[in-house]
Design a protein around this ligand. Structure first.
Ligand SMILES: Nc1nc2c(c(=O)[nH]1)N[C@H]1C(S)=C(S)[C@@H](COP(=O)(O)OP(=O)(O)OC[C@H]3O[C@@H](n4cnc5c(=O)[nH]c(N)nc54)[C@H](O)[C@@H]3O)O[C@H]1N2
Ligand SMILES: Nc1nc2c(c(=O)[nH]1)N[C@H]1C(S)=C(S)[C@@H](COP(=O)(O)OP(=O)(O)OC[C@H]3O[C@@H](n4cnc5c(=O)[nH]c(N)nc54)[C@H](O)[C@@H]3O)O[C@H]1N2
Ligand code: SF4
Ligand SMILES: [Mo]
Length: 825
């Protein structure tokens, strides 16, 4: 048998390293890859079933075109590219490139497509884009931006106290080797876990302190926790004095909090709140993880802020076992967005300027060293500067370290029709349909969707479907004929993540951060193409660059990395517009010198350069040394050559403060608008249920057999095939519902038949459905099978965070009706 092949699991953001025995085209045997520097051999049970993603009736193998009667015609790739290129160009000509909206660009493990898509966005002059982060993380990103301008994560492996707020890592993971870490903490009498969750989740059941908050009341609970710490003077005064600005205002706001009253509102005993607060304040190290339980619920941006105050006022940052800021290989959100001419705010402008100075210096050095003739050109520096600026504008969304999302990266921008706040460069997901279903002259006219299933994953699926149908053009790239694909004008079949080079940009580790370029472990399924080739075919058809430019860059690429780098930068300097299509140029030139199977990874040369320039010292410590473009070249080569993950930055805990994007390296902790909300909490709204909809539905719980919509075949679920609705015994009895029996679930937006699971995990008044169900799967005889409820047939667009516009998937007012047996039979 052939050697096992190294790759990674693509089901959640951890992307654990795996090795696979490939039999024919089957992923036959899957094991954890001990050589992977982040996961060290760990996987959960879901990875074992990856063959159900790779192979099955869901795979599409030919481009599809929607006909007026709603059916789909199979067309060849040439026709698809011709027609789509022509239609995109027509929308650009007639309506403007800013009317072409890009959505998605990667699930949990495939972000190379979005890196390559930047070139198409650049060529079309598209300005607006979004992805799933804008329905969960943008509130947190906004707060992060205000506090320190970066993304934080915790060193859970070494923390004494682990705090999980609306987060169930036993099922959802999100940090390496989550289950072994949780087990260790639970077994260690010196360490504690504090879980804030209305439900006795698997993680809550292991916790020493489970604060069983009422759904949606986290703001009062979190404010009470911070209140106790401030009022009992348990703060880390030294840390606050040295590392923060604005504490007086924070202090005053929390001194005034009525802990007793807030405890009452939150539904948690005051004594339990005080005990948890004291445990946090007296621990030697604490890490906090907040996730969907609060990010998709009332007051989510405020709660993100309160969570962060909890670890900031207790000084839990920048030491082993605490919170940290980290380098990034590439940014997932943020950046000015290609083609965006908007004015940039202070912090962002400064960060960009610093990076640009470094880029220009590196480019000028490289050019003088390798192309002496060019170095004598008058005003070379100015030209290089113009080129570097254009390149930066294109690559900023990919380049790590210097932006860190946040308020900055939105630049105060708003969406064109509804005026929704753009955070991290992303349009709030709940606003997308309204940016289309209107007669406003600036409405979006075309939508490009890659690696995402928004007609299933965004609130109010019916309205999203209507929006797709209202467009002049919609194109979906996917491996499957998804709920979104079946609303699109064109569907393009992608090679799977095991058939092409792929990578995740979820690289959040510290002090050693890891990037893994997965090598294809088999050829693309016949009829499918990797995304970089799809983008290249379109751009070739659109004639975006002179053949002579490509020829010159190809010659340079054949000579070597240094010559290529210098020529590339000089070329972009001479014609800054080329910076906007940099990923395409790299694919067409440098890409042709790589192993043909890795051509789609050529864009990573640009990302490696940006990463090396913006994290120079840490990249050097990781072994990528030299001057000019050399460290970036070396990093790129290591990534291309290594079968597994590569440590790209090696930091020390002293360096962590360099990631604070403030001149004084201090956290700016007083956020006035949110402190106003803290002051208003005593009278703020607490209820969204009504007599008509008295229950709070959490629409989308992570269970052992859920994985967003990546696994479509319902047979992958060994248990809970139908994704039952969990309900407390108390509610079930009151509503005359029985375990295993059916019920009708009704919300303001829709209704569905569910199967009941009476569960002692649930609090009375709170019910839960899993995420990612209700997917159609072809049976092979022309019909389809489906299991469970598609949660967003039940959700609405109006219930959303007032700052970030993120949906309240965890807080959907609902009612349950018994279905009489007579009706069923
Ligand atoms: N198995 C599996 N793992 C996954 C995924 C998957 O689909 N399946 N998806 C991945 C993705 S994309 C993400 S974003 C993460 C999400 O990971 P999590 O956020 O951990 O997942 P959820 O189960 O959606 O929500 C977490 C908890 O929030 C609780 N909750 C509900 N309402 C409230 C509330 O009002 N307050 C509080 N404090 N808690 C509340 C729920 O009871 C639940 O235990 O998981 C990732 N991992
Ligand atoms: N009600 C409710 N809604 C939710 C949630 C919830 O808890 N409740 N959770 C939300 C969260 S946190 C998230 S992150 C989103 C996730 O929602 P989406 O961003 O829509 O993500 P996925 O379901 O992972 O969709 C990934 C798509 O990529 C396709 N795909 C897989 N591999 C490839 C490939 O190599 N190339 C291409 N082009 N496509 C590929 C898959 O077939 C799938 O259609 O859902 C959100 N929606
Ligand atoms: S689902 Fe997540 S935790 Fe489980 S093996 Fe895959 S990447 Fe690792
Ligand atoms: Mo997510």
């Amino acid at each position: 048998m052939a050697e096992p092949k190294a790759t990674a699991c693509v089901l959640c953001e951890c992307n654990c390293g795996i090795t696979v025995d490939v039999e024919g085209r089957r992923l036959a045997k899957i094991r954890g890859d001990k050589a992977h520097p982040a996961s060290e051999g760990y996987t959960c049970e879901k990875a074992m079933r990856l063959d159900l993603y790779q192979n099955g009736a869901h795979r599409i193998t030919t481009p599809l075109k929607r006909l007026p009667d709603g059916t789909y015609e199979e067309i060849d790739w040439h026709t698809a590219i011709e027609e789509i290129a022509a239609k995109l160009s027509a929308v650009k000509e007639e309506r403007g490139g800013d009317k072409i909206f890009f959505y998605g660009g990667g699930g949990q493990g495939n972000h190379l497509g979005s890196a390559n898509a930047l070139a198409l966005r650049g060529a079309l002059g598209s300005v607006y884009h979004s992805n799933a982060l804008a329905q969960e993380k943008t509130g947190e990103i906004w707060v992060d931006g205000r506090l320190y301008g970066g993304h934080t994560k915790g060193d859970f492996e070494h923390a004494e106290v682990l705090v999980f707020v609306g987060k169930n890592p036993w099922q959802s993971h999100s940090f390496p080797r989550a289950r072994p870490v949780l087990k260790q903490v639970a077994a260690d009498p010196n360490r504690s876990m504090i879980v804030i969750d209305p439900r006795v989740s698997e993680t809550a059941a292991m916790a020493e302190h489970h604060l069983r908050v009422l759904p949606g009341r986290d703001a009062w609970l979190m404010a009470a926790l911070v209140g106790v710490i401030v009022q009992e003077d348990l703060v880390d005064a030294g840390f606050i004095a040295t590392h923060t600005a604005g504490y007086d205002e924070v202090h005053a706001a929390f001194l005034a909090c009525d802990v007793t009253a807030f405890a009452e509102i939150s539904g948690v005993d005051e004594g339990e709140i005080r005990a948890a607060a004291r445990r946090i304040a007296t621990a030697s190290s604490v890490c906090v993880y907040e996730d969907l339980g609060i990010q998709q619920a009332p007051n989510s941006t405020l709660v993100s802020y309160l969570n962060k105050l909890l670890w900031i006022v207790t000084g839990n940052f920048g030491r082993p076992g605490t919170m940290y800021l980290h380098s990034s290989f590439a940014l997932l959100a943020g950046g000015s967005g290609s083609g965006s001419p908007r004015k940039k705010p202070g912090a962002l402008a400064r960060a960009q300027k610093q990076l640009m100075t470094r880029t220009v210096t590196a480019a000028a050095t490289a050019i003088s060293a390798t192309l002496p003739a060019l170095a004598r050109v008058p005003q070379l520096r100015t030209k290089v500067e113009a080129g570097a600026s254009a390149l930066l504008d294109a690559m900023v969304p990919l380049a790590g370290g210097m932006l860190g999302g946040g308020a900055g990266s939105g630049g105060g921008r708003t969406s064109p029709v509804t005026g929704a706040k753009i955070i991290g460069g992303l349009i709030p997901c709940n606003s997308i349909a309204d940016e289309i279903l209107t007669d406003h002259p600036n409405r979006f006219r075309a939508m490009w969707i890659d690696s995402s299933n928004p007609a299933h994953s965004l609130a109010d699926s019916p309205r999203f479907r209507a929006a797709m149908r209202a467009l002049d053009l919609s194109v979906v790239i996917d491996v499957a004929f998804t709920e979104t694909a079946r609303e699109a004008d064109y569907v393009l079949p992608a090679a799977s993540q095991y058939e092409k080079p792929e990578a995740t940009f979820f690289n959040f580790e510290f002090p050693r951060n890891v990037f893994h370029l997965r090598k294809p472990i088999m050829e693309p399924l016949e009829g499918t193409l990797p995304e970089p080739e799809i983008y290249a075919r379109l751009l070739r058809r659109m004639n975006v660059v002179d053949d002579a430019v490509i020829a010159r860059l190809r010659r340079a690429a054949q000579t070597g990395r240094d010559t290529f780098g210098a020529t590339f930068l000089a070329t972009v300097a001479a014609d800054p517009a080329l910076g906007k299509i940099a990923p395409y140029l790299l694919y067409e030139t440098l890409g042709t010198t790589l192993d043909p199977r890795l051509r789609g990874a050529a864009v990573l040369w640009g990302v490696s350069q940006m990463c090396a320039m913006s994290n120079a010292k840490a990249v050097a410590r990781a072994g990528f040394t030299g001057s000019g473009l050399t460290p970036g070249n070396r990093l790129f080569d290591a990534i291309i050559e290594s079968p597994t993950g590569v440590v790209f930055t090696d930091d020390t805990w002293d360096d962590v403060w360099h990631y604070v994007k403030r001149k004084d390296r201090r956290f700016t902790i007083a956020i006035d608008t949110l402190l106003d909300q803290v002051r208003d909490l005593p009278t703020a709204r607490t209820e969204w249920t009504t007599p008509e909809f008295p229950l709070v539905l959490a629409a989308g719980e992570r269970r052992s057999f859920t994985a967003n919509t990546i696994f479509r075949n319902p047979d992958w679920r060994r248990r809970d095939r139908d994704g039952r609705l969990r309900i407390s015994a108390e509610d079930a009895t009151a509503l005359r519902l029985t375990d295993g029996g059916p019920a009708r679930l009704v919300t303001a937006n829709g209704s569905a038949t569910v199967i009941i699971e009476v569960s002692d995990m649930m609090r009375a008044g709170n019910i839960a459905l899993p995420n990612g169900l209700g997917l159609d799967y072809p049976t092979g005889d022309g019909t389809t099978t489906s299991a469970g409820v598609s949660p967003n047939e039940l959700t609405c667009l109006e219930l959303k965070d007032e700052f970030a516009g993120t949906p309240w998937h965890k807080h959907v007012p609902a009612r349950l009706e018994a279905i009489e047996d007579a009706v069923l039979t």
